[in-house]
Design a protein around this ligand. Sequence first.
Ligand code: PXL
Length: 282
Amino acid sequence: MPTPRVAAIHDMSGFGRCSLTVAIPVLSAMGVQCCPLPTAYLSTHTGGFTGYTFLDMTDALPATTAHWAELGIHFDAVYTGFMGSEAQMDLVADFVRTFRRDASTLFICDPVMGDHGKIYKTYTPAMCAGMTRLAALADVVVPNLTEAAVLLGEDYSFGAQTHDEAGCRRTVERLSLGGKRSVVLTGVTLRKGEIGACLFDRERGETEFLFDEFVGKEFHGTGDLFASVLTGALVRGKGLHSAVQLAEFFVRECALHTMPQKIPSREGVDFEPLLWKLHEGL
Ligand code: PXL
């Protein structure tokens, strides 16, 4: 199999293990070429740190789209996450349209906007509206419960509202836009002690739940870790069900390995020593 190639459009946060500092090593470890297109450079991510720098890289987007298009580069997937400005949403949509001329290019959109009923500090309502437009183009959309509510124009500050089986099923089926795209709703807890995903697979036309043990502590960046493993597995030819299983396995392994080290949760999970495990799952 030739090495699959992914364009990864996320921020680069220098410290705190999220977005590109997770996507690049994870995809490389999975035997996938990662071509990063940073949306912003931050000294740290915005969750749990103050005083971080923020360099908006909006101008790099159309310039890189044009250069890569001129070079005729083929991507097996475009994988997007945290955006730095309102304008970036439509510029990334242009990027997707440019490189999806070939129907084999998957667009995997992690509509990063918030978590736990809160929107991230740098996101405006206009950015959330733009993200909703961008996510509508995706082949696979990977929202957490907060982001799913934003995408559906619902109140996102809820507590347990969609944490019931029927509610999750309805959410993913609505987000599938009539079965046209796959959906992986993350951070779902129906019973204490477990965490997982509710997924709709457009290939199989089915909705299912896949749970794993909740290790008891949350860490920053695990959503990015999950979506990066999912992306790697999909471009390496796995179906959605196995790709979600591998992503859940890896996030749990990393959380279990990090817990005893008493690393502050804002530093993310200590995934580097475990990257080799991704090969076992492929
Ligand atoms: O993990 C999502 C994420 C990505 N990038 C930046 C963030 C966050 C979440 O807080 O701040 C910069």
